[in-house]
Design a binder for this molecule. Structure first.
Ligand SMILES: [Zn+2]
Length: 325
């Protein structure tokens, strides 16, 4: 059903959603909370879900009107709500830096009118403008032929620099979120919500509790800074105590090079390991080892907070990681 490219990039979540979309056996949740750093894949997943739901053939390369319109992202069944999309709902019709209560109210009103389509509502942060052009080009990359940014109302011009980004507390406040709770819990027939965020912790808990959360495969290329760390952690953890000391020196160097404190660098290491754990959930032994390593990291972070000498913390962390291989 889903586009092959998407299945390759996000095998787990594609398979999961596809199995909820089997014709005659649909078992979709009211709302999905997609987590991770790959918002382009999230957007593709939401659009493919909308396409399958509104297509009569349910095939990958269908060219019916509904499929074509959804690929061009000009179909009334797909509603993208971000601080810079769906802005006609705002009193002044202008883009904002947050999702507004006006947008939430307007959406509720729009959904109260019945539709012949299965409507998919996407909540995401988004940015566009000259400074996002190169990033947009890099991230949209091979997807350009399969999906497109949402069209602007009353305009046919392409939004070359439009980028979907994860929502957080900063962009999705409790007021608009709470205005939507009832409709998320009991949506009208044939309405499905998607929320994009980096981590469950970044999203207001009332939305999390009403959604089915699915974490996407992490894309290290999305964050250049993360990539530096990922390359470094490729040789991780150290094999012996002696290597551990070398490793601790490198960690301190890397923190300096990236203008991070040692605490921040160790935090990145922790985040990297947690992502590894999420992706390796099928491999129990490997997960347990990673969990023990995370424990060592948490101990190091506590020591740093208690003003233990940073070099000593890095050394004992590296040795402890070596022993937990
Ligand atoms: Zn079709």
């Amino acid at each position: 059903m889903f586009k092959e490219q998407l299945k390759l990039n996000q095998p787990f979540v594609s398979g999961f959603l596809e199995s909820a979309l089997i014709p005659g056996k649909e078992k979709l949740a009211n709302a999905y909370l997609l987590t991770g750093n790959n918002t382009i894949d999230m957007y593709f997943l939401a659009l493919e879900t909308a396409r399958i739901l509104n297509c009569s053939h349910k095939t990958e390369n269908c060219a019916c009107n509904n499929c074509q319109w959804i690929r061009q992202n000009r179909h009334p069944a797909v509603i993208t709500i971000s601080p810079i999309d769906y802005i006609h709902a705002n009193k002044d019709g202008k883009p904002k830096t947050v999702i507004t209560i006006d947008q939430a109210r307007f959406l509720k009103k729009a959904l109260s009118v019945s539709s012949q389509y299965h409507r998919v509502i996407v909540f995401t942060d988004a940015k566009e403008g000259k400074e996002y052009e190169s990033k947009a080009e890099q991230l949209w990359g091979n997807y350009k032929d399969f999906i497109a940014p949402p069209v602007l109302e009353n305009s046919n011009s392409e939004r070359e620099s439009w980028l979907p980004l994860p929502l957080s507390y900063k962009t999705f406040h409790s007021e608009p979120a709470n205005a939507l709770l009832k409709i998320i819990e009991e949506p009208p027939p044939r309405v499905t919500f998607f929320f994009f965020t980096k981590d469950k912790e970044d999203m207001i808990s009332t939305i999390v509790s009403r959604s089915q959360a699915i974490s996407l495969k992490y894309n290290p290329e999305n964050y250049i800074e993360d990539q530096v760390f990922e390359n470094f952690f490729g040789n991780f953890p150290p094999n012996s105590a002696a290597e551990g000391i070398l490793y601790s020196e490198k960690l301190i160097e890397l923190a300096k090079e990236n203008s991070l404190t040692l605490e921040e660098a160790i935090n990145r290491l922790e985040r990297y390991l947690i992502l590894q754990i999420r992706q390796a959930s099928g491999n129990k032994e490997y997960c347990l080892r990673l969990i023990n390593q995370v424990k060592s990291i948490q101990k190091a972070l506590i020591e740093l907070k208690s003003y233990v000498n940073p070099q000593a913390v890095a050394d004992s962390l590296a040795i402890s990681l070596a022993s937990r291989r």
